[in-house]
Design a protein around this ligand. Sequence first.
Ligand SMILES: [Zn+2]
Length: 379
Amino acid sequence: MAADPIPLAQAMIRCRSVTPADDGALDVVQRALEPLGFTCTRLVFGPEDYRVDNLFARRGTAGPHFCYAGHTDVVPPGDPALWTDDPFAAALRDGTLFGRGACDMKGGIAAFVAGLTDYLAAHPAHPGSISLLITGDEEARSVDGTAKVLEWMAANGQVPDVALVGEPTSREALGDTIKIGRRGSMNAFITVHGIQGHSAYPAKADNPIHRLVAALGPLLAAPLDNGSEFFPPTTLQVTGFDVGNGATNVIPATARATLNIRFNDHHTSASLTERLHAALRAAGCRYDLQVECSGESFVTRPGPFVDALSRAIARSTGVTPALDTGGGTSDARFIARYCPVAEFGAVGTSLHKVDEHASVEELHRLAASYRTILEEILI
Ligand SMILES: [Zn+2]
């Protein structure tokens, strides 16, 4: 009889752990892991008014060290009146578990713990060691969560050999997609300074709009690349353009633009920043440029780890997974600095939505997949 992930998922969903609140969610995970022989360490980071609780749990100390990563924090439910059930009631109806986090990703963590329970029952003396890195800061700032726990792990000799993030990556059927990388994302805030003046006497002014448009033109005229082996082409979108000018006969003093760039492994945020400087200089701009990078691009190339994952998923689901790098950023971007990382989890059609849900049957199948992954990687 396989372990049942549903009661554990329900217990987690009943904790109102909207970032950065924990409301007992990590205690639920810790209480499930300790009887399985895990040593649990709670790691609290963040300023006084934004404390984030995290959990690192490891069973054994030997290599190879397999780490499962996830988060117990959830996005806000929005207006609860729009939900069929209370978003934190963990209602079970018609074979479906409803609630905030059912899909993203308390259901995934429960499936991992259930799969792990079955794996340990079948292989009590397994080689290597297993850990869980569970954060409470994935959905919001992602500052005091996975990144800080990894720093602690590195300082304490706990860096894993491979890691699997349990985010809901499947598109239509469980097992159809593994994410082996993610695009990078950066925002650029450009202010171009000109000289204000009368639009009838442009020679006495310096129009910053013209200069900014001239700088942006070449960046928009052609793709920044044609894609790479595992990534689509980089995209650059102008997401803001503002001159704050209500008059029709005034050349304004400044013009501002905001860009969002989703980039593949041909670039880094530093190389793209250099490119923006070059374009602004080429257009003769006097300017300020600020950039914010929420994650560099990364890819875990097919090799023993990705092959083992693919084999395990094909064996347990009957579906051969596609290797994908689409979507936004995830905490895997932090883990990629330390070890090979991939992401595999449930079908993610309802994440962050009203009436978020997971199929009970699918969570059971996900648990079986996680068990098979441990068997492929550790024994
Ligand atoms: Zn998530």
